[in-house]
Write a new protein. Structure first.
Length: 133
């Protein structure tokens, strides 16, 4: 998306040009502005006025686009990748009640805390990491 400053400057330029064309069209319409001798004052006034109104509308559209807030996309569950130095040994997680091996599919986030439910005995508890020292 273009930067807001770029859109605001573009809108200001479009508005100024559109205002000038509308003003010139109104002056042609009332017969105050000079035209070439073979130009019809009515069509020239309406033509300049319509183009000016179109440019002013475009500048309003640019300002609206610049003021719009970007929408956040929900791309599904968030994942975290860790790049750990050296070799890491993973120890299996076992159930405290029956000793069954728990798989990552059994771990769910409940109230921002990792919770596991044993598929063998049905015991559910919150996982807590023990300090390493």
């Amino acid at each position: 998306m273009a930067s807001k400053a770029f859109l605001n400057v573009g809108a200001a330029i479009m508005f100024i040009i559109g205002f000038c064309l509308v003003s010139y069209g109104v002056l042609n319409f009332v017969g105050s502005a000079p035209l070439a001798s073979n130009t019809n004052w009515l069509t020239a006034g309406l033509g300049f006025g319509c183009i000016g109104i179109f440019l002013i509308g475009g500048s309003v559209g640019l300002l609206w686009t610049a003021s719009a807030k970007p929408q956040l996309r929900n791309s599904g569950p968030a994942t975290l990748r860790l790049d750990l130095p050296g070799e890491i040994k993973l120890s299996p997680v076992t159930c405290r009640s029956c000793g069954g091996v728990l798989k990552p599919e059994n771990i769910k986030m409940v109230a921002d805390a990792p919770t596991v439910q044993c598929p063998y005995c049905g015991t559910a508890y919150q996982l807590a990491e023990q300090p390493k020292w």
